[in-house]
Design a protein around this ligand. Structure first.
Ligand code: ATP
Ligand code: MG
Length: 448
């Protein structure tokens, strides 16, 4: 047996070796899904002698993509660089730059993040004379994002109620402003790629030839647009390998659709379905709790998690009077574990559901004088000074980026007040030109 298969159980080996045609691996947490996917890539390259550049491995977060690259580096060495590994968004962004003309986007396009999108939707509301208390920017962005994830352009939006009709106009205006700024938002990256592959047979055929093998991790988190993209790329041949866990879908709020598991089985009835039920991460006690909870989920393929790690400490539920007491309970428990030598501080992790809940827990750690590391708080790219520098770089690349321009027009202070900027934007909007073009007109008028 080869090294690549050696560290795998029989079900995992079967998944790695099922080469041709669609394969669906359904498995619980910690059952080696990512391990199977990476070993399969290594198997295709080493044993099946596939050129690495013919393989595309897709995942969801940058963190997951990084982890996948590390694992493949360990399996394949430097050769891993020839693989296409990345998030859906990163892979689409690259394809769109290369195929800008077919995709109908500027090759210099910039990508707008959450903050930029908020500014843009606010501008759309101003342009349409709508009240942002009634049509809240966040809510509107939510509608727009969901529509894009379902591949619905503004024209396909429902208009049965007045509100729906307004939402559609906001969406339309928002898209217009994006185009004017040479900008795409995250959802556009997918949407534009799908639209391009649908419309341009020759571009689609080119990418189908380029990537005869496609693998997707965390399949349960794909939305409609991502599903469509993968289907278009896999084409008739459908050497499509997806791994996922219906019970773990965490991205419902951004259009993830665990039903894509069912859809896959319907669209690829010939697909091989492989279940991985052995868990390598947790003790049986923990798995029993998980089984009891997820057994209540509807629409799932029944599977039973088991492990060779018998027993283990019991799962304890404690209820606190309020968030302050909850924080203190957590700190006291960690202190108890450390004192008894059952765990080091670095072995303990505290998980909470939303970021807003971190405060009282942090307070308790500070009160108790216990060191801690907060993961994923304010992200690097969301800090003000970083965003300012990025806005300058974006402007150098694409002067029509109006959001970037208004962000730094007075950074550092140049005595250009909010009112002047507002007048400038209104003037440019009235003329129907980007803000940068309006500035150029002003400069020309002064010189001329
Ligand atoms: N056959 C095996 N033998 C030994 N260890 C294994 C085996 N399969 C998986 N593992 C280990 O189990 C752990 C979980 O594996 P992996 O991350 O691939 O699981 P996963 O199903 O992708 O998890 P998640 O649900 O978190 O995505 C890893 O530490 C991995 O090395
Ligand atoms: Mg995984």
């Amino acid at each position: 047996m080869t090294d690549i298969l050696a560290g795998l159980n029989p079900a995992q080996q079967e998944a790695v070796q099922a080469i041709e045609g669609p394969v669906l691996v359904l498995a619980g947490p910690g059952s080696g899904k990512t391990r199977v996917l990476t070993h399969r890539v290594a198997y295709l390259v080493r044993e099946y002698r596939l050129p690495p550049w013919q393989i595309m491995a897709v995942t969801f977060t940058n963190k997951a993509a990084r982890e996948m690259k590390e694992r493949l580096y360990r399996l394949l060495g430097e050769e891993y660089r020839k693989l296409t590994i990345g998030t859906f968004h990163a892979i689409c962004a690259r394809i769109l730059r290369r195929e800008a003309e077919a995709a109908g986007v500027s090759p210099q396009y910039v990508i707008y993040d959450r903050g930029d999108q908020q500014s843009l939707v606010r501008q759309a509301l101003r342009d349409l004379n709508l009240d942002d208390k009634v049509y809240r920017p966040r809510t509107m962005l939510g509608y727009i994002s969901r529509a894009k994830n379902e591949l619905l352009p503004p024209a396909a939006m429902p208009t049965e109620t007045y509100r729906q009709e307004v939402v559609r106009r906001i969406y339309e205006r928002y898209q217009h402003l994006l185009a004017e700024n040479n900008a795409l938002d995250f959802d556009d990256l997918l949407l534009k790629a799908v639209q391009m592959f649908r419309r341009h047979d020759e571009v689609r055929a080119k990418y189908q030839r380029r990537y005869p093998f496609i693998l997707v991790d965390e399949w349960q988190d794909t939305n409609m647009a991502q599903y469509e993209l993968v289907k278009l790329l896999a084409g008739e041949r459908g050497n499509l390998f997806v791994v996922g866990d219906e019970d773990q879908s965490i991205y419902g709020f951004r259009g993830a659709d665990y039903r894509n598991v069912a859809r896959f089985r319907r669209d690829y009835p010939q697909a091989r379905v492989i279940l991985l039920e052995r868990n390598y991460r947790s003790t049986q006690v923990i798995l029993d709790v998980a089984n009891a909870i997820i057994a209540r989920n509807a629409h799932r393929h029944p599977k039973r998690l088991f492990t060779a790690q018998e027993g283990g400490p019991p799962v304890v539920i404690r209820e606190a009077y309020d968030e302050r007491e909850e924080g203190d309970l957590v700190v006291a428990e960690i202190r108890r574990l450390a004192a008894r030598g059952e765990a080091r501080l670095g072995d303990c992790a505290v998980v909470y559901r939303t970021n807003a809940q971190s405060r009282p827990i942090e307070d308790a750690f500070v009160r108790g004088g216990m060191p801690y590391k907060l993961v994923g708080a304010t992200r690097f790219y969301e800090r003000k000074e970083i965003k300012d520098v990025l806005a300058y770089l974006r402007l150098l690349h694409n002067p029509y980026d109006g959001i970037g321009l208004t962000r730094i027009i007075n950074v550092p202070p140049r005595a250009i007040g909010k009112k002047t900027v507002g007048d400038l934007i209104r003037w440019a909007t009235g003329l129907g030109v980007p803000v940068y073009a309006a500035l150029q007109m002003l400069a020309a008028a002064e010189q001329g």
